[in-house]
Design a protein around this ligand. Structure first.
Ligand code: AHR
Length: 649
């Protein structure tokens, strides 16, 4: 009797009782559907210091002194026994109406060899690497009796080692921008360092903004951390969903992601409180998001603020909502408009004349939390306005099939709906065989805009998560991989999907959520086992879906084929603790090449990667031999395998 097995990691005993040979069959006689070319992408928002202290390469924390109105957090006085200084926030000497605070440094005692000044501790340290040039820029003014010099350095925490240093002078009573390059020599890499500004004589100096950038991806001036960008590019993402998540909504209407306030020179960005408990510099503004997409050759999936914020407030549909709808239209024009349009011209003025490609616009985020029931009408108002001006664009409803029917949008047919799945590993293993199989193929396209497996007995939002490692272990990767096989099998309908959250700064106090895909501190970064599972899947994908079925095995899998080369990408996940000798049948091909490449990710359930052990769980590549259309392959215990089979079409 044929038996479809759904399997839990804990029920391994079941398999040994089964009589028939475990078999995984691929029907290659005809494609069952087209794989969405945008299937694998990324989701991002400011959470866990994803941008400030993360991808956005700025090294100075609280660079504009706006993080705390009472005290200059992350800044401290530098002096020795023979020098003295004080620092204070000074709102009366602001640089402009955006940078509304300044830091006043008053040096009362200092001399050559005995400087005094101020230090910034960075985002959990300032990363120092050998032979590296850092770009410092400082907005400063001074009292009339002081014009310089001012020494600018990167110094070890204990002050004993100066890694790089430079000088500025010519300060006046007027605000001026000073720029200099600090270059390290042959130093050992460390993040136990600070950024220090000192005077060697008494004087008073005000700072409006202090910025320090290491070399960035593609040398962009307001750019991104190179190591993190490389890890993202390696995932081969086809889209980037931004800026949220909760971050687009804000806790209140006033603290939403207000895109117009995030464009232009950084000294014109005030920043804003994020819903994740810290202030965002907005250095990562709308144009930076778009350039980030461009750098990865990915398409933006733009989430617009839709009149609902996390404290449960909503803007009434109708006249009250109209300004927000107009704001979204302007935002779309900034992204896509040519330079003859108002906002396209503004984008050109900001440094990017060429418009960006855009297909999908998400209307809000998780609007099922709006218990007033206003989303249906709010969605309709955005939908109508966007379709009228941009008929080609596809608005996404944030309420998908994972939510009760009654909450979903009914007044319009969304082009796409967004489903979110934060589920336990066992739940993913249980739900994946049937996931999306019975969805209405003539219904809206599906976006799985946030998903992640968790290995704990409680969900990510439970307070106990705080005591768990920031990134998931290998057990989670198994759950993630199983769910990805389900999404690939249904990728005729599931047009896009992305893990969330993407990033976590693992330094103490930096994170709000686990599990997260990529971890880092000031100096280095690593991918979780889930990162490698996604990388294996996203880089080995055909354009045709092949039907698969399994018999008497807990292994879940999927297959796609490249219609040009005939290569079949077979993905298999063994969630059990024992090996699984599989009979693999590829039906409908004349022949397959006797040799194939297998990429294998396997390990103990509790194995994980970290800053100190970044490559404990990584994929290995093997050659598999003696293949024919019907061959044997033994899945290692707890394993994720991608087999690339060459076929005769
Ligand atoms: O990914 C973390 C959060 O989970 C997102 O901000 C939100 O959309 C979801 O609830």
């Amino acid at each position: 009797m044929k038996k479809l097995i759904t399997f839990s990691i804990y029920t391994t005993a079941l398999v040994s009782c089964l009589a028939a040979a475990p078999t995984f069959t691929v029907d290659a006689s005809h494609p069952a559907g087209k794989v969405s070319p945008m299937l694998y992408g990324l989701m991002t928002e400011e959470i866990n210091h994803s941008y400030d202290g993360g991808l956005y390469a700025e090294l100075i924390q609280n660079r504009a002194f706006l993080d705390n109105a009472a005290t200059p957090v992350h800044w401290s006085v530098v002096n020795d026994n023979d020098s003295a200084a004080t620092i204070a926030l000074d709102p009366t000497n602001a640089f402009n109406d955006q940078l509304t605070m300044s830091l006043r440094l008053t040096v009362t005692e200092a001399a050559k060899g005995h400087p005094a000044g101020v230090a910034n501790s960075g985002y959990w340290g300032v990363p120092v690497t050998p032979g590296t040039s850092y770009r410092a820029s400082i907005l400063a003014r001074a009292d009339s009796s002081f014009s310089g010099p001012v020494t600018v350095s990167i110094v070890s925490d204990d002050g004993s080692t100066v890694y790089a240093t430079g000088e500025i002078s010519g300060l006046t009573a007027e605000w001026k921008k000073f720029e200099l390059t600090l270059t390290t020599g042959r130093v050992d890499a460390t993040a136990k360092a600070r950024f220090v500004i000192t005077l060697d004589r008494p004087g008073t100096v005000w700072f409006g903004l202090v910025s320090l950038f290491p070399p960035t991806w593609d040398n962009q001036s307001n750019g991104f951390r190179k190591d993190l960008m490389q890890m993202l590019v390696d995932l081969n993402p086809k889209f980037l969903r931004f800026p949220g998540g909760n971050y687009v909504e804000g806790n209140t209407v006033e603290t939403r992601f207000d895109w117009k306030k995030t464009i232009g020179p950084i000294e014109e960005r005030h920043g804003h409180p994020s819903p994740w408990g810290y202030r965002s510099t907005d250095g990562m503004g709308l144009l930076e998001f778009l350039e980030w997409c461009e750098d990865m050759k990915a398409e933006p999936v733009l989430a617009v603020y839709a009149g609902y914020s996390l404290e449960g407030v909503h803007v009434n549909p109708g006249a009250d909502l109209e300004p927000y709808v107009q704001d979204a239209l302007n935002e779309i024009e900034y992204v896509t408009g040519d330079t003859n349009t108002t906002w396209g011209a503004r984008r050109a003025q900001d440094g990017h004349p060429a418009p960006f490609n855009l297909t999908y616009v998400e209307i809000g985020n998780e609007d099922w939390f709006d218990r007033s029931g206003s989303y249906d009408q709010r969605f309709a108002q955005f939908y109508d306005a966007i379709k009228a001006k941009y008929p080609r664009l596809k608005p996404i409803s944030t309420i998908g099939n994972d939510q009760p029917e009654t909450l979903r949008v009914h007044s319009r047919k969304p082009d796409m709906t967004d489903e979110h799945y934060y589920r336990s590993v066992d739940e993913f293993i249980r739900m994946s065989p049937e996931y999306a199989r019975k969805y209405d193929r003539s219904g809206p396209e599906i976006f799985v805009g946030e998903w992640a497996a968790y290995e704990t007995s409680f969900p990510p939002w439970n307070g106990r998560s705080r005591n768990e490692p920031p990134t998931p272990d290998f057990k989670s990767a198994l759950g993630d991989a199983v769910f990805m096989t389900a999404m690939e099998r249904n990728s005729d309908l599931i047009k896009m999907q992305c893990y969330a959250p993407l990033f976590v700064n693992v330094s103490p106090g930096a994170r709000q959520w686990r599990p997260d895909l990529i971890g880092y501190d000031a100096l280095s970064a690593y991918g979780s086992p889930s990162y490698y599972a996604i990388r294996m899947f996203s880089r080995n994908l055909g354009d045709e879906i092949l039907d698969t079925s399994s018999l008497e095995t807990p292994v879940q899998g999927c297959a796609t084929r490249d219609s040009k080369t005939g290569e079949i990408f077979l993905k298999l996940v063994n969630p059990q603790a024992t090996t699984e000798p599989l009979k693999i049948e590829i039906n409908g091909v004349a022949a397959i090449a006797p040799k194939a490449v297998a990429i294998v990710l396997a390990g103990k359930l509790e194995d994980s990667n970290s800053i100190t052990q970044p490559r404990k769980v990584i994929p290995v590549t093997e050659t598999v031999r003696h293949l024919k259309p019907d061959f044997s392959y033994t899945m290692p215990p707890h394993s994720i395998v991608v087999l690339t089979l060459k076929t005769d079409l």
